[in-house]
Structures are given as structure tokens and as C-alpha cells.
Design a binder for this molecule. Sequence first.
Ligand code: NAD
Ligand code: UDP
Ligand code: UDP
Length: 352
Amino acid sequence: NYSPSRMSFNYGGGKTGRVPVGIGPRRLRIVVTGGAGFVGSHLVDKLIGRGDEVIVIDNFFTGRKKNLVHLFSNPRFELIRHDVVEPILLEVDQIYHLACPASPVHYKYNPVKTIISFLITFYIYTLINTNVMGTLNMLGLAKRVGARFLLTSTSEVYGDPLEHPQKETYWGNVNPIGERSCYDEGKRTAETLAMDYHRGAGVEVRIARIFNTYGPRMCLDDGRVVSNFVAQTIRKHPMTVYGDGKQTRSFQYVSDLVALMENDHVGPFNLGNPGEFTMLELAEVVKEVIDTSATIEFKPNTADDPHKRKPDISKAKELLNWEPKISLRDGLPRMVSDFRNRILNEDEGKGL
Ligand code: NAD
Ligand code: UDP
Ligand code: UDP
């Protein structure tokens, strides 16, 4: 029942496709699902940069070929248009499973109500399907070829947390029937599946709980706060602060995250920057580092918005010897020229 859509080229390195010892440096063959997206494309750059072979699987739901175009002529890089809810046969050493639809926020402002409900229903269906069927397929693949599997989970598994900062041992406070539960519960289910395959089938699993991450190549219009504030400021629009703006988040620059996607422990690990900011403070920093004439406007908040979030990263520090290095003030300016170029470019959104 596998899709015959693509068989990976076998280099004769045995079942896992590794280059045999003795004919050169040992290279890994790695699949990155969602590799055309924001985090995925930075991860792919890092893996290619260290000499691995990378196969990206992406259906371009929110990702863009442009994020990877600089790799198209690299013989160690392959891009497959494929939806992970469908099975796929590949021979690989590692799987980084990032594929997941981004936020539906932009649909909310669509004036045609019937389209809104259709799109939201479609979005929720896709989200759950990707997190459940997509993760299952990638775990099935990992089991068959003996590959290591890394799940990019999220701080959203903690919901609106009652423990602060959040440790990995905290089970979370998620409203199972709320508007954002499809994302939270989808990722919680993906974690459950990963651990079941680990315990039941011996799959070598890694779980990373990623906290709010920002940087170049973020989707311009998926409604996340950093991309919204930066794009609004560049466009000379006011920054939209939801609610009273006193809710907090901790923002991590993308290079700090991709520095640590490989490790020797199952996890889960919180990967985030413990620097905690209210949305009003974030707006102040954007104003300070991007445009001192920037303004803000208040908008109603969305349902079940977590009041605060900040990672306790002692486990990652102790076991992985990792901690983020780039502060918000240092990181924000690094995404401005990419955002400015894309906003100026009329072709934005058309892909390649
Ligand atoms: P993104 O939207 O830029 O990337 C997601 C990618 O997955 C896109 O390229 C999209 O086209 C692809 N995709 C979606 N559904 C797919 C499917 N069914 N089949 C194949 N490809 C599919 O988002 P991102 O910020 O890069 O997030 C990457 C991962 O990290 C996601 O799993 C996300 O949940 C997780 N994460 C991100 C953050 C963050 O702040 N950026 C925080 C926590 C967790
Ligand atoms: N799968 C896949 N590629 C593979 C191996 C499995 O896409 O190389 C899919 C498979 O189609 C199934 C899922 O992964 O839907 C789980 O596979 P597993 O072997 O664990 O379960 P089973 O097929 O026995 O239900
Ligand atoms: N937010 C905001 N203005 C925006 C977008 C988001 O004030 O234009 C707020 C949102 O209400 C939330 C916080 O920023 O409290 C982080 O939102 P985001 O969607 O980026 O991440 P998440 O809620 O998933 O942590």
C-alpha cells in the first residue's frame, strides 16, 4: 500500500543508504519533511553545509521553493512535492519531521463568511491529518529502515500553562475543545505516536518542544506575532497588539534552534530562549531596532490565548550542553533585510 511516487537512489551503502566506509567520509542521508518552510529550510542549509545528503518532502502548503532555490544545483539535495499524509518509500538514516500547516489566522479576516468556515474546516482537517497520519507514516518509514526520527513538537503542548516557567515534566493545560486545540492536541498526539513507536517498535526517537522562533524566511502572512510586527513596521502600518498586550512569550532566533537538532537523548527537550517579553515589550523592541516612528494599535485577542510562556531549559543545558546565544535585540535586525526584500518583491507568494 505504499505510494510508488519516489524511490530514493541507492548508493550501495546497504539498507540505510549510507556511503560505505572506506570510500570517503561517512555521509548521512536525511529526510526533512516541511523542509521548504521557515525552520526546515534553515535546518536543510545546516545539514547540507556539514556534508549530508538531504531529501526534502513538502507539499508547499505554507513553504516555498524560494527558500531552497540556492540548493537546487547541489547534487546532495533533492526536493519532492509530496503530502506526508500519503505513505512514501525512501531509504534514509534520519528523519526530521517538521511538516505541519501554519496558523489559520489570515483566514479570520476573510470577509466572505462561507469561505471562512470552509477554509477553517479545511485547515483543521489538514492540520490533524498531517499531525496524525503524516507522523504515523514517517514513524512507519523510520521503523522499516531503522532511521532516527526527530519530531518538532511545540511549547503549545503546555496550553495555557499553570506552571511557570514550563519544565518538560509539566503535562500542560490544554482546552481539548477550544479553537486552538487542533494544533495543541495534534502535536500532543504526534508526541504520543512517537513515544509508542519508540517503546513498542524500538524506533530511535527525538522530541523537541520548540518555543516561539523567528528569523529570515518566516512566512510573511501566517499571523505570528514577530512576523506581523516586523512586516507591519516595514510597511509603516501600526503593530497589531492583541488583547491588553500583557501576555508573554519567549522568542528564539532560528540559528540557535537548528544548532541543536541532533542529540543523543529521546527528550522531550524544551528548545527556546528563556528571555520573556510581553507583546507590548516586543513592540517596543521592534520600534527600537527597526523604526523608532513605529506605532501600535490594539485588537481583540483570540480565544484561549496562553497568558504566559517561558521555557525552563535546564534539561537541555545539562544533558545537551545547549543554550541559546542570540537575544531578541540582536536577532530582530537579522531578519529585516529579508523581510524588506520580500515585501518589496511583487512576486512574493507566487513561488518559483
Ligand atoms: P512553516 O509553515 O514555515 O513550515 C512548515 C512546512 O511544512 C511548510 O513548508 C509546509 O508547506 C509543510 N507542510 C505542511 N503540511 C504538510 C504536509 N501535509 N505534507 C508535506 N509538507 C507539509 O512553519 P515552521 O515555523 O518552519 O515550523 C516547522 C515545524 O516547527 C512545525 O512542525 C511547527 O509546528 C514547529 N514549531 C515551530 C515554531 C515556530 O515558532 N516557528 C514553534 C513551535 C513548533
Ligand atoms: N509507511 C510509509 N513508508 C514506509 C513504511 C511505512 O509511509 O517505508 C507508512 C505505512 O503506509 C503506514 C504507516 O507508515 O500507514 C505505519 O506503518 P507501520 O508499518 O508502523 O504500520 P502498519 O503498516 O503495519 O499499519
Ligand atoms: N499577537 C499579537 N499581535 C499579532 C499576532 C499575535 O499581539 O499581530 C499575540 C498573540 O495574541 C499571542 C502572542 O502574540 O499572545 C504570540 O502569538 P503567535 O501566534 O506568534 O504565537 P503563539 O500564540 O502560538 O505562541
